[in-house]
Design a protein around this ligand. Structure first.
Ligand SMILES: NC(=O)c1ccc[n+]([C@@H]2O[C@H](COP(=O)([O-])OP(=O)(O)OC[C@H]3O[C@@H](n4cnc5c(N)ncnc54)[C@H](OP(=O)(O)O)[C@@H]3O)[C@@H](O)[C@H]2O)c1
Length: 246
């Protein structure tokens, strides 16, 4: 039963649209994000939807030294944590950053290293408790490197592989590790992108993620048709793929 929920990147639109369903289930929340004004808005919304309690903490994903303590703080305040949901991220302009070492490394730190650090802290906590669910937003972009976003894709690919190994390691202990792979979703992250038919509404993505977390699925494509699309993309031989303008 998922009652006490820790969210990192709690001001992400996808996260917001996921956790509002848990609020209706009368859950308690420990929300972590870097912007306190936005956190307050999410907090009020969850309370209005039925959340039992909502605590907040400010943390930038790059403040690695705080990762373990935010999880410990949450466990202390709520009594325990049933679900850790990690949702922060940035979508960089690949052309703009690929040859800028500082920006390249910062994007990799936000989209990969900080996530792995938080997963490590969360799984350590869950192992000591002997139970729990870790749900992390990766991306279909991590399935195959493309010229238009291979820095972001490489970071998400590393997250996906890390979670695969962690799931394998924690299987016997009953701790669930859920990899969430959205396709393109209408959120602030994609606000500047031209919207085509494959773009999903964030409300339905959030609802699907909520259901899949409750079901304890391992790997979740949202919307589901991305599993087929990525299966096709991954099956294209490299000799052809390298010539495509994607
Ligand atoms: N939208 C898509 O098409 C799509 C597709 C696949 C995967 N995803 C993934 O889904 C997740 C959620 O994204 P979203 O679409 O909901 O976008 P979003 O609404 O723009 O949310 C991104 C969140 O990441 C936070 N963030 C960025 N850098 C941070 C840092 N250094 N420290 C702490 N928080 C930081 C942002 O905080 P601020 O509010 O303070 O900026 C914001 O809350 C991300 O992991 C993203 O990579 C999105």
């Amino acid at each position: 039963m998922i009652k006490n929920i820790y969210v990192f990147g709690a001001t992400s639109k996808i996260a917001e649209e996921t956790i509002k369903h848990f609020a209706k289930d009368k859950s308690s929340f420990y929300l972590v994000a870097r912007n306190s004004d936005k956190l307050e808005i999410v907090k009020k919304d969850l309370i209005s939807r039925g959340a039992v309690s909502v605590h907040t903490e400010n943390c930038d994903a790059l403040e690695y030294d705080k990762h373990k303590s935010t999880i410990e703080n949450a466990a202390q305040v709520m009594g325990n944590i049933d679900l850790v949901y990690i949702a922060h991220g940035t979508l960089p302009d690949n052309e703009g950053i690929r040859n800028n070492q500082a920006n390249l490394l910062e994007e990799f730190n936000i989209n990969c290293n900080s996530t792995l650090s938080l997963c490590s802290a969360a799984s350590d906590y869950f192992e000591k408790e002997g139970k729990g669910t870790l749900a992390v937003i990766s991306s279909v972009a991590g399935e195959r490197g493309r010229q238009s976003n291979f820095v972001y894709g490489a970071a998400k690919s590393a997250v996906t592989e890390y979670l695969s190994g962690l799931r394998n390691r924690l299987y016997k202990s009953g701790i669930k590790v859920i990899t969430i792979k959205p396709g393109m979703v209408e959120t602030p992250m994609t606000a500047d992108m031209e919207k085509g038919p494959l773009f999903a509404k964030v409300e339905s993505v959030g609802k699907t993620i909520y259901t899949k977390i409750k079901n304890g699925n391992d790997v979740v494509y949202v919307p589901g048709y991305w599993k087929l699309i990525m299966g096709i993309i991954k099956s294209i031989p490299e000799s052809i793929f390298k010539k495509l303008n994607i």
